[in-house]
Design a protein around this ligand. Structure first.
Ligand code: GH3
Ligand code: MG
Ligand code: MG
Ligand code: MG
Length: 311
């Protein structure tokens, strides 16, 4: 990134207006955006509203001093990441140590040497920017690691970890949950008839349709190929069967709208799904038992002629 001061907002806090003026001029001269507060309370309010990239905080102020302001900033989840540089006339080392304890990133004593102040401000802004970028990247990587690339729902690994969490809850708190395994019927025919690209589109649209029919707390993941699994927290067998049947019916009634890549026309494809359902019971000393039951139930649904729900 090329560093552009105009992109950064700095909150300057001091109880003496003359100090605010001097600091404001220094910062504005190199094009930083600047906002001001003249006491601790105002500083906290300004920080909340303006979300500055950095705070220059006077240490000695009446009522609420800088150390208290800093502590309050660090206790606030929304504000705690804003770097704070203390400004003070005090030469006492105790104050300096206390400021760092409260989470300050730097400390400057008055009177300021403008080039030093600007150099420190810039270093901390650059550090903050780099930190934010890293955070964004790591969040994006985390999302990638748990997402199926085609359907953009959870992948198998992540769904397994969700099922493990629900299983532990069920064991520890005597709660319950259900699993639905779902497999598209004769999907190979779709590929054979319309090609792989249409097959992919069908998978995406079916995923969206299934997601739209689930409860907020239910988690759907792609297990592989044209097979999906759904974890339903706090759903007993009766509820899970009802949800599974709702899915089956909705898909059976659904004309999947597809753009045919081989012609300009639109296709409407019909498919059905088979579903296997199971619920946690107290004899499940291993989560695996539930997955095996769900798989067997799905196998039964296929064996009985597909387009149905078994448990
Ligand atoms: P059944 O009713 O027994 O489930 O029959 P089926 O044809 O759905 O099952 P089978 O396991 O025989 O074939 C699954 C097909 O799904 C074969 C494979 O080419 C296709 N498939 C798997 N993953 C994808 C994918 O990501 N995209 C597309 N287009 N097809 C896929
Ligand atoms: Mg003061
Ligand atoms: Mg299938
Ligand atoms: Mg399959």
């Amino acid at each position: 990134m090329s560093f552009n001061p105009q992109n950064f907002l700095i909150l300057v806090v001091d109880d003496i207006t003359r100090n605010l003026q001097v600091l404001g001029d220094m910062l504005e001269q190199v094009s930083y955006e600047v906002t001001f507060a003249t006491n601790g309370q105002q500083a906290l309010e300004r920080a909340k509203v303006a979300e500055p990239d950095l705070i220059l905080l006077d240490l000695m102020m009446p009522k609420m001093n800088g150390l208290e302001v800093c502590q309050k900033l660090k206790d606030d989840k929304k504000l705690c990441e804003i770097p704070v540089i203390f400004l003070t006339a005090s030469e006492e080392k105790e104050h300096l140590i206390e400021a760092f304890k409260q989470g300050a990133v730097d400390y400057l004593t008055k009177p300021f040497y403008a080039p030093e102040l600007l150099a420190r401000v810039r270093v901390h802004l650059e550090l903050k920017y780099t930190k934010d970028e890293l955070k964004k990247k790591s969040a994006a990587f985390e999302k990638l690691a748990i997402t199926d690339p085609l359907t953009e729902i959870f992948n198998r690994r992540y769904l397994m970890s969700i099922s493990e969490i629900e299983y532990q809850k069920a064991v520890n708190y005597n709660s319950f949950f259900s699993i639905i395994m779902l497999d598209i019927d004769h999907f190979k025919k779709i590929n054979d008839t319309y090609g792989h690209i249409v097959g992919d589109q069908v998978l995406k649209i079916i995923t969206q349709k299934v997601q739209s029919l689930l409860r907020e707390r239910d988690r759907c993941g792609r297990f592989g190929g044209e097979e999906f699994a759904i974890i339903l927290p706090m759903a007993d067998l009766k509820i899970a069967l009802k949800i599974a049947e709702r899915l089956r019916q909705a898909i059976a009634d659904f004309y999947i709208p597809i753009n045919d890549p081989n012609s300009s026309s639109n296709l409407k494809i019909k498919i059905t799904i088979s579903l296997g359902v199971t619920t946690y019971n107290i004899n499940d000393d291993k989560l695996d038992k539930m997955w095996i039951r769900a798989d067997n139930a799905l196998y039964q649904a296929k064996a009985k002629g597909r387009n149905q729900v078994c448990s």
